[in-house]
Write a protein that binds this ligand. Structure first.
Ligand code: UDP
Ligand code: MN
Length: 251
């Protein structure tokens, strides 16, 4: 895409970012996010999980849900509903959802969202297919009717304006977003990816697919062994003065 003029000024507190995690990923994934992008604007991020611990307790915006920790459709719908309710409650302008294997470029995200009016119906994220899904909906005991909807996995993030969120009825929000877990492909790119260069890339992800690493290619400052997701290396680009970022002397 090309730069758009801001539709409205946006401050970090206008955006509600829900990070979905689960007990078994607190150490394996969440710690890395807390040390990198979440630490830049703590007031934007709310961590949704099924388990409370000391690390989590230190982050103010966190919510422990009562949903099952299983990776079942019901559990994921339950978690999405909890995120949605907290967003509505917060009064913020934008709702964004990311998984715990996503890196969010907060500056790029703010810039992107500021270019759309939050009062209108806006969904930002890449659909998983290039066309709507055809399905049927039961309207009565023995009658069904065809329905079409856009399907998105949400596996690398999406944002919804408050205008749209308020219109989404409970069944719509659950259906739409419970599809989320079904077909996420192997790692790397986020649906919020509108641009291909790092400074403007909004979300990044990583993953393992058939035992092969799938992560963004970024050179240093950390080796692939020390930083397999590349999130630390990415984070040190805009914020080189962070204590754990290796100092490079520029003459
Ligand atoms: N997740 C969860 N419960 C589980 C497994 C995963 O809430 O039992 C969350 C996890 O924290 C992550 C998201 O679901 O935010 C997607 O998980 P993962 O990246 O492992 O799955 P994939 O990307 O392969 O679909
Ligand atoms: Mn994932």
């Amino acid at each position: 895409g090309h730069p758009r003029t801001p539709a409205e000024p946006l401050v970090p507190r206008d955006v509600f970012i829900a990070v979905k995690t689960t007990r078994k990923f607190h150490r394996a994934r969440l710690d890395l996010l807390l040390e990198t992008w979440i630490s830049r604007h703590k007031e934007m991020t709310f961590i949704f999980t099924d388990w409370e611990d000391e690390v989590l307790a230190r982050h103010t915006g966190n919510v422990v849900n009562n949903c099952s920790a299983a990776h079942s459709r019901q559990a994921l719908s339950c978690k999405m509903a909890v995120e949605y309710d907290h967003f509505i409650e917060s009064g913020r302008k934008w709702f964004c959802h990311v998984d715990d294997d996503n890196y969010v470029n907060l500056c790029a995200l703010l810039r992107l969202l500021a270019s759309y009016p939050h009062t209108q119906d806006i969904y930002i994220g890449k659909p998983s297919l290039d066309r709507p899904i055809q399905a049927t909906e039961r309207v009565s005991e023995n009658r069904v009717r065809p329905v079409h909807f856009w399907f998105a996995t949400g596996g690398a993030g999406f944002c919804i304006s408050r205008g749209l969120a308020l219109k989404m009825s409970p069944w719509a929000r659950l259906c739409m977003i419970s599809a989320a877990w079904e077909a996420e492909g192997p790692g790397t790119v986020g649906p919020l990816q509108h641009h291909l260069t790092l400074p403007t890339q909004v979300t990044l992800s990583y993953g393992m697919f058939e035992n092969k690493r799938n992560a963004v290619y970024v050179k240093g400052p950390f080796s692939v062994e020390a930083d397999p997701s590349r999130f630390r290396s990415i984070h040190c680009h805009p914020y080189p003065n962070i204590s754990w970022c290796p100092r490079t002397t520029i003459f």
